[in-house]
Design a protein around this ligand. Structure first.
Ligand code: ADP
Length: 269
């Protein structure tokens, strides 16, 4: 029986193999563990297996072999890891907030969107979450404030505004594990700074997994896991990995070259 949620869960993968139904194996024996409060980025080329790891953490699929577990590290004494096979999908999901680029906001009020996972929240709590997410200033200016309808029947929001509403939702939900799909869509630089700042507040004290698309924004993580073709081929701090030959330093080099071209196009060197 799993009634009570784990306050400080860690995540462990032990020799995990996985294939999507009827297709070839795409995860070939992945082992890692992430401690409560640790910030980890998943890096690798498209198709390397980043999303698959997230799908498995969310228990959208079950591993073919090996074990995935939540470890309760809130107690002084080490406790037995809780094997995913014995945990209901719902129990696992109650520990996790997602901030995904294409995450659904619903065609309803801002209030309901933010309070989605915490229906008992009062207006004050919702306002606090919106403030921490750097969203309050634009919400306040809307015709009906937090009661404004968004989406199909309501007003259209910009990409940066939608992201900040998702961040507010995750702040209010206050779950110990946060999974971030780093935005690839470009935001103007002021919005970018506001979103980054909101994300940093949200990440505080949480176990965070970032699916990294742009390497420049993950320089502050504790650890990078480098994936290639369903295998974990390297891991280390950003500076450790940048300093040695490998996929990460190669990707970093390409990105810097790309940025140089971009800067050159603005005649900034
Ligand atoms: P990434 O997120 O790093 O781009 P994915 O985890 O999406 O990589 O993909 C890992 C591998 O799994 C790829 O070979 C991909 O083609 C395959 N894959 C992803 N999703 C599915 C699916 N729903 N069904 C079958 N194969 C899939």
């Amino acid at each position: 029986k799993q009634g009570e949620l784990i306050k400080q869960p860690g995540i462990e993968f032990q020799d995990v193999h996985f294939s999507y139904a009827e297709s070839e194996e795409v995860m070939h024996g992945i082992t890692f563990s992430i401690k409560p409060g640790e910030k980890v980025a998943l890096v690798g080329e498209s198709g390397a297996g980043k999303s698959t790891i997230i799908n498995l953490i969310l228990k959208l699929y079950n591993a073919n072999s090996g074990t995935i577990s939540l470890v309760d590290q809130s107690r002084a004494k080490a406790t037995t890891p809780l094997d995913y096979t014995s945990l209901p999908h719902n129990f696992i999901r109650q520990h996790i907030s997602l901030v995904f680029q294409d995450n659904q906001l619903f065609s309803t009020t801002i209030r309901e969107n933010v309070a989605y996972s915490n229906l008992n929240a009062n207006s004050e709590e919702i306002e606090t979450a919106l403030r921490q997410a750097n969203a309050w200033s634009f919400v306040q200016k809307l015709p009906q404030g937090i009661k404004t309808e968004i989406g199909e029947r309501g007003i259209k929001l910009s990409g940066g505004q939608k992201q900040r509403l998702q961040i507010a939702r995750a702040i209010l939900a206050n779950r110990p594990i946060l999974i971030l799909d780093e935005a690839t869509s470009s935001l103007d630089s002021k919005t970018e700074v506001e979103v980054q700042d909101a994300l940093e507040k949200l990440m505080e004290g949480k176990l965070v997994i970032i699916i990294a698309h742009r390497l420049s924004t993950i320089q502050s993580v504790d650890r990078i896991l480098v994936l290639d073709d369903g295998k974990l081929i390297d891991s280390g701090s950003p500076s450790e990995l940048a300093g040695r030959k490998g996929i990460y330093s190669t990707l970093l080099k390409y990105q810097i070259q790309g940025n140089k071209k971009l800067l050159a196009s603005y005649e900034i060197y």
